[in-house]
Write a protein that binds this ligand. Structure first.
Ligand code: NAG
Length: 343
């Protein structure tokens, strides 16, 4: 293959010189016409964000899963059932000590094998269950070296840090999570200012690792602005949302944050997790799934790059649902496949 390379090199170079000239002319003309709209922003390339070339993708939207570890579903099982490799794999990890980051949720041997063999982007959702103000550079250095263990294995990481911060800092679930500590009232503890300080420390700690992207993912509540650390330290914009009924289409839900943050700063927009609440009916699930991978949604949200489905069965939780569309019901799986792998 190497030898035959030389004989085609010269014609290829000739072709390239013609092409680059016309590309240059085209760019000049285009940037003249649309200058005020694009401000010369380069197009986003999914490869720059580590998305696998052969991963599941629908209408230009890379699609993946947040597999439920409690029902024993590995990513490889989900992929096998779907018949195609998911592009993303979401995993949750809780920081419970200011002295030590225990990364077992990523590095437990069978989990690590599952992550590596999936070839998916790992959406590492790290949840600070200790107060924001207790995050030190030393703790963040430990998180960064955990991420380094993964990237050294070829795993590309989207670090979805303190997701849904605008909700978990006022959800009232604290004492139960923190061993009954009445001082910790919510899942997360801290103000927007403390959140941004914490974010900046972690962002600094991982910034020399080019295979780690900082992923900011509030939930759909109103007060997002005060929680935004800014485009200098955020690589990916996203939002968590689970519809309870059909009153809002995906476009209505996601377009404001897509336009106000992703489009504005030329960052990719990623749905880090979604599913439906309010009912576990197959019709409702398929309505939402079709909506989030619809080509019209992609046209309306040009920076929309990827979506992960929350493939969890939470029927044991008091207010939980069966969110699954792959693992539990063969007929539903067939419908899921017809949407994600259209023929
Ligand atoms: C799903 O589709 C396959 C292949 O078409 C078929 O053999 C199977 O019976 C279907 N399963 C259900 C539960 O409908």
């Amino acid at each position: 293959m190497w030898k035959s390379g030389l004989s085609i090199l010269i014609p290829v170079m000739f072709l390239m010189s013609i092409l680059s000239l016309s590309m240059f002319e085209l760019k000049t003309m285009t940037s003249f016409n649309v200058h005020h709209l694009t401000e010369h922003k380069p197009l986003l390339d999914p490869r720059d964000f580590g998305l696998p070339r052969e991963g599941l993708s629908v209408n230009g939207i890379a699609f993946g899963w947040v597999p439920d570890d409690k029902i024993g579903s590995s990513m490889s099982l989900v992929n096998e059932r779907v018949g195609a490799p998911g592009s993303t794999m979401g995993i949750y990890s809780q920081v419970t000590s200011a002295d030590e980051f225990d990364d077992y949720q990523f590095t437990e041997p069978s989990r690590l094998r599952d992550i590596i063999s999936s070839k998916a982007v790992l959406i590492a959702t790290i949840m600070p269950l200790i107060p924001f103000e207790t995050f030190t550079p030393a703790l963040c250095a430990q998180i960064a070296s955990s991420m380094r263990k993964l990237t050294d294995e070829g795993v590309f990481v989207w670090l979805r840090f303190a997701h849904e911060m605008n909700w978990y800092s006022r959800d009232g679930d604290g004492p139960a999570l923190h061993g009954g500590n009445p001082n910790l009232k919510n899942t997360y503890t801290g103000t927007p200012v403390q959140f941004i300080q914490m974010w900046n420390i972690l962002s600094e700690a991982v910034k020399d690792n080019l295979m780690v992207k900082m992923f900011w993912s509030p939930n759909s509540g109103q007060d997002k602005d005060q929680w935004f650390p800014g485009p200098a330290v955020v690589d990916i914009i996203g939002m968590d949302f689970y519809p309870k009924d059909r009153s809002r289409t995906p476009e209505k839900v996601y377009k404001p944050i897509h336009d106000n943050y992703a489009l504005k700063y030329n960052l990719p927009f990623v749905i880090g997790e979604t599913g439906v609440k309010g009912s576990s009916s197959s019709e409702f699930k398929m309505w939402w799934l079709s909506g989030v991978v619809d080509s019209r949604l992609k046209s309306a949200l040009p920076n929309y790059m990827s979506c992960s489905w929350f493939e969890f069965d939470k029927t044991d939780d008091p207010e939980g649902y069966d969110y699954t569309i792959v693992l539990k019901d063969g007929a539903l799986l067939n419908r899921t496949k017809s949407i994600l792998i259209p023929r």
